[in-house]
Structure formats: C-alpha cells, structure tokens
Design a protein around this ligand. Structure first.
Ligand SMILES: [Zn+2]
Ligand SMILES: [Zn+2]
Length: 338
C-alpha cells in the first residue's frame, strides 16, 4: 500500500510500504476512507519526539473493514467504522473502569495517513455505523477518532457542568472540540483563549460566549476580570506546554478543576499552588472508546458537528504539504483523502 511516512524532522513522504496484515486473531484491517493530521504528529515533525526513519505516521482515520481475525465477531468485512486512535479490548478491569486508554491490551493506529490501517482488539475498539455514511458526514465522523473525544475528555475531567463557567486554553482542533464539548455539557459561559481570528470564529460557532486573545499573565488577568476576580469552575488545558498549564491553573477558581489533554512537553506542576487553592487536576490520554457510542449518536443526530475543525482537505499523496500547512499554522487540521 501507499502510506505517509516520516524519515526525519520535516521529512514527510507518501510512499510504498508493506501492507499491514492480521497478526493476532483479535486484529482487523481497515481500508482508510479518510485520515487526518493531528497536532501531536507535529511533535516528531518538529524534532521534539524521537523518530524511527521510514515509520508510518498517522493515528486518526475512518474506513471500511477489509479483513478480520478469527476471533473478531463484532465487525466484519464491509462495515464502515470509526477507528479510535487508541485500541482497547473494552473488557479488562481498566476498560470496565472507563480508562480504556490504559487497557492491558492497548494498541495504537499506526498508518492512519495510509491506505490501510491495522486495528488491534477490533471488537473492543471499532464502532460501526448503521450503514455507509454520506461523504458530507466524513469530516464530522473522522473527528470522532481523536480530537472530539479528546476535547470531550478535557471537559469531563475539568468537571464542566450545567450553568458553570468554563475556560478553554488552546485553539487547536482539540481546544475547539473542547469548546463544543463544554457547550454540549451545558456550561453557561465558555471563555475561549485564542489569538487567531479564524479559530475565534469557530469557537464562537461551537458555543464560546467570550474570547480572550491575550496570553500569559495578561490572559490570566483578562479571564479573572471576566469572572469578577473569581476564576472559572472548569478549565480545559488542550496544549501540553508549561505556559498553557500555568494559565489553566491560574484561571481556575479555588476548588475548581483543570482537565488536561495536551500531551505534556516540559510541564512542571506548582503543587504548592494546587494545595493552597484546592484546584483539582485530572486528565490524560483520552479513553476514546468510552465516549464513542454517545458521541457518534450526537453526530448522527446533528446535535454536534465538529467538522469545521477541518479547514483544509488534500489528497493523501500531498500529506507533506498538509504537515507544512499545520506546522505554519495556515491550517487548523488537515483531512487527507486516499
Ligand atoms: Zn491525534
Ligand atoms: Zn482493556
């Protein structure tokens, strides 16, 4: 098959690689209908994460089941499925506790920007659609493989509740999905921290009531001002840098909660500040499968539509251009078509 690979920082190629094959009876092979580039793919692209030269890259996709292992009974060839970026059996103690991203049989999608992807634990991971969706629904469905459930997880971990105040730190696709999640979970006021006009517009469409363009100490002061000096009940940290975490902790009201889903890079926690303010901190890699059935229903019914986070669509063969566009922040999120 042809797939997107990474050879070195900034060196993305679309090239011939061996087809993934069924290795375990619990596996499935999915023919990718749409894949996309994740903000976290930019960490290796920018040389911030180790790279195995020539490795396939991409962990978000939707597609049609091509082949299943001998023990798979929940899906079969021809089913249209959402592929969660992290795979789980959905039966072990951690999965049953709602921590599917810590499954004892955890796997990850390895070639979501290629023509075929292998899924470990197909029965526990894949969620199939009632039929083949219309192409106009692909973008919203694709968001369910990672960014929408990740934004949702941030909102759940932060403790967003009906009528409460939420702040979203980060205006990437996950942060924007966090705004949508906070809105769907009933937050009365949603302050989106974003400097970019096009992203501010989407945040407003998704339910943000206020926009704060300032960053750092000025941003913290502005949120405090908007909340009468109190701070927000629930804060979603959707970046993963020390600055974003510092902002998140400082705009949370005493006794409030921070939900963090940005992959941490160089974050140091002010434990004493957390102690003094009783601010709770909870989050991590999203247990996508836990939220997927509910989120799929919300997308199919039209209750939520995360598709606006995709603002650039390219043929998969031009994935290198997609990485450049996201790296230079010319695109929020790039959808790739095989
Ligand atoms: Zn992702
Ligand atoms: Zn499990």
């Amino acid at each position: 098959m042809r797939a997107t690979t990474i050879h070195a920082p900034g060196d993305i190629r679309f090239e011939e690689v061996p087809d993934p094959t069924i290795k375990q009876p619990t596996d499935a092979i999915v023919r990718v209908v749409a894949g996309c580039i994740c903000g976290s793919d930019l960490w290796p692209y920018r040389g911030e994460n180790p790279i195995r030269p020539g490795a396939t890259i991409g962990h978000e996709c939707i597609g049609v089941v091509e082949e299943v292992g001998s023990s798979v009974s929940g899906v079969r060839a021809g089913d249209f499925v959402i592929v969660p970026f992290c795979h789980c059996d959905n039966t072990c103690p951690h999965c049953r506790y709602g921590a599917q991203s810590a499954c004892v049989n955890l796997g990850m999608t390895q070639s979501g920007q290629g023509e075929l992807a292998r899924v470990n634990q197909a029965d526990g991971s894949l969620v199939k659609l009632p039929g083949a969706p219309d192409a106009s629904q692909h973008a919203a469905l694709l968001a369910l493989s990672d960014v929408m459930p990740t934004g949702w997880h941030a909102a759940v971990c932060a403790g967003v509740g009906p009528g409460g105040t939420a702040v979203v730190v980060g205006d990437g696709a996950v942060g924007l999905c966090g705004v949508l999640a906070a809105s769907a979970l009933g937050a009365g006021r949603i302050i989106a921290m974003s400097r970019h006009e096009s992203r501010q517009r989407i945040a407003t469409t998704f339910g943000a009531t206020d926009i704060v363009a300032e960053r750092g100490e000025e941003g913290i002061a502005r949120v405090k001002e908007l909340t009468d000096g109190v701070g927000a009940d629930a804060v979603l940290e959707c970046v993963g840098t020390d600055d974003a975490m510092t902002t998140a902790i400082h705009v949370t009201r005493p006794g409030g909660g921070v939900g963090f889903v940005g992959v941490p890079h160089g974050v140091e926690l002010p434990v004493r500040k957390l102690f003094e303010t009783n601010v709770g901190l909870r989050g991590g890699m999203a247990p996508v499968r836990r939220y997927l059935p509910d989120l799929l229903e919300r997308v199919l019914s039209g209750a939520i539509d995360p598709s606006p986070v995709f603002d650039l669509t390219l043929p998969m063969a031009e994935s290198a251009d997609g990485y450049r566009a996201m790296d230079e922040r010319r695109a929020i999120k790039v959808l790739l078509q095989p």
